[in-house]
Design a protein around this ligand. Structure first.
Ligand code: SF4
Length: 170
């Protein structure tokens, strides 16, 4: 099955640690007021990802520190993204400090209790930024996040401890 995407940014420095390729998935059910990417909401919009082309982009850029899944809501396509993340990790995971990260409008707790196949994708991730964008809590001061309710979580530790574990950047 394919992955429906809104687009790809090859060289972001604002969507996680270092220089990152960002895959923006298409489709989002959250309808956060003030969302900056309303064009990604339509579940039938976007285009289909060419996975081989994406892997080539990563291959061609040894400076990348990782890949970030953003949206849209990546966890609507958790099963498909988990397979892709696994391919990325197998081929590029040995690069120094290479990481996989995702954004989601769900909380970590919601992902585990309400979202089918969320665990498949979580098991492939290093970091997760969770929670809806809340306009009243909007800030420009926080790393990688748009509103103060959103958290950066260490995914392996959070899964292991069965509770959200914050990532505190140096
Ligand atoms: S979760 Fe993200 S993409 Fe979806 S409506 Fe909220 S801000 Fe927009």
């Amino acid at each position: 099955m394919g992955i429906r995407i809104a687009g790809i940014t090859e060289d972001s420095i604002v969507d996680g640690e270092g220089l990152r390729l960002v895959l923006f998935t298409q489709g989002c059910p959250h309808a956060c007021p003030g969302c900056h990417n309303p064009e990604t909401h339509d579940l039938q919009g976007g285009t289909w990802l060419d996975e081989e082309a994406l892997l080539s982009l990563i291959r061609e850029n040894p400076l990348l520190d990782g890949v970030t899944f953003s949206g849209g809501e990546p966890f609507l396509q958790a099963k498909e993204l988990a397979l892709l993340a696994n391919r990325i990790r197998k081929e590029f995971g040995s690069r120094p400090d290479f990481s996989l990260m995702a954004y989601t409008g769900y909380t970590f707790e919601e992902l585990l209790t309400r979202v089918p196949s969320a665990l498949d994708l979580l098991l492939e991730l290093d970091l997760l930024v969770d929670g809806r964008f809340i306009q009243e809590k909007r800030t420009l001061d926080l790393l990688w996040r748009g509103s103060t309710n959103q958290r950066i979580l260490q995914v392996p530790s959070s899964l292991e401890q069965k509770t959200p574990v914050l990532y505190l950047p140096a």
